[in-house]
Design a protein around this ligand. Structure first.
Ligand code: HEC
Ligand code: HEC
Length: 278
């Protein structure tokens, strides 16, 4: 037994040296998510709740558990592509390992559940579901499952996981609305509609049925960075300048205004006792 342990630790040492010398980052292993499409659901009730969470992430505006908390035509999957399993477009892979995290926006340390609930208020233009509610637990369980095998690395700077969308190098002030308008007509309008109203092929990009101006994507730099890795769907090939021009054009239109008080539930619903009463 002892000999096997020794052999293992020598092997581990060799692997570590290899990782350390073969890459500039000591976090080289973070580029490989622990979850893969063949990862099995946990057994029992937990697996059922994880599967329910995936269903909600894919049908957020229609699922009976989440619909009451959504006030637009989007799903979580509209931006977290492939229900968060796309490794680049605002991926959910490995993100549970980043929480609890410091959040400059809330000026507080927040949990993964908090982060999920805040997306309902902003990106979904809805009301924050109660802590511990079925919808909250299911979505958080699903996202946590996508971090199976990941190592814990709570983020002290911002509520983002290890593979978050990289910021662009370009100065956000360099946007050209006319070029953005032309590009949008050529590359995006078929699916999202000339007036941003959406179609059977894509959700609304502005107007009353889109995300509100408290959402991350309502900022040109964030939207441009996301477009660069996500759109046109299936073949994201925009240059930084094109992504920025289109982002500025999209965000030059009206969208719902975010006023925090309008998106919080009543005080009695802000938290819930997460247990069955006996
Ligand atoms: C309009 C687009 C949009 C929609 C819709 C949306 N999100 Fe997000 N969300 C984002 C973006 C952009 C980020 C930042 C991700 C990044 O930089 O990688 C984010 C971040 C997050 C994070 C933190 C990610 C991390 O790396 O730690 C969580 C959790 C999250 N969203 C959950 C949800 C859930 C759950 C829903 C549905 C109820 C949802 N989001 C709907 C755009 C959206
Ligand atoms: C082939 C159709 C198609 C094309 C072309 C396309 N998109 Fe999308 N887009 C989608 C779909 C579908 C989604 C939602 C993803 C999902 O639900 O899986 C989406 C999501 C989005 C979102 C986030 C949700 C929302 O509507 O706010 C934005 C923003 C967006 N696309 C912008 C663009 C831009 C800008 C272009 C052009 C550069 C573009 N798309 C090209 C189909 C398309």
């Amino acid at each position: 037994m002892r000999r096997i342990h020794l052999a293992n630790s020598i092997l581990a040492g060799v692997v570590l040296v290899f990782v350390a010398t073969s890459s500039h980052s000591v976090f080289a292993e973070e580029t490989v998510p622990g979850w893969s499409p063949s990862t099995a659901l946990p057994p029992g009730e937990l697996g059922k709740v994880v599967a329910l969470g995936q269903e909600i992430v894919e049908n957020t505006n229609e699922h009976p558990l989440s619909q009451p908390y959504v006030n637009n035509a989007l799903t979580c999957s509209s931006c977290h592509l492939e229900a968060g399993t796309d490794p680049k477009a605002a991926t959910f892979l490995d993100i549970a390992s980043a929480y609890p995290a410091w959040s400059p926006r809330e000026n507080r340390v927040i949990t993964l559940e908090d982060r999920v609930l805040n997306c309902f208020m902003r990106s979904m233009n809805g009301v924050r579901p109660p802590h511990g509610s079925k919808v909250s637990v299911a979505v958080t369980a699903y996202i946590t499952w996508l971090s199976s095998g990941s190592r814990l690395r709570m983020n002290p700077d911002k509520p983002l996981g290890p593979h978050h969308v990289p910021s662009l190098q370009i100065d956000p002030q360099q946007a050209d609305l006319q070029r953005g308008s032309d590009l949008y007509a050529q590359r995006c309008a078929d699916c999202h509609g000339e007036s941003g109203q959406g179609s059977d092929e894509g959700p609304p990009t502005w107007g009353p049925r889109s995300f509100n101006d408290g959402a991350g994507l309502s900022r040109n730099d964030k939207l441009a960075a996301w477009l660069k890795v996500a759109m046109p769907l299936g073949d994201p090939d925009l240059s930084e300048q094109e992504a920025l021009d289109i982002a500025a054009y999209i965000n030059s239109h009206e969208r719902p205004k975010f006023v925090l008080e309008e998106h919080l539930p009543g005080a009695e619903k802000l938290g819930e006792y997460n247990a069955e009463s006996r």
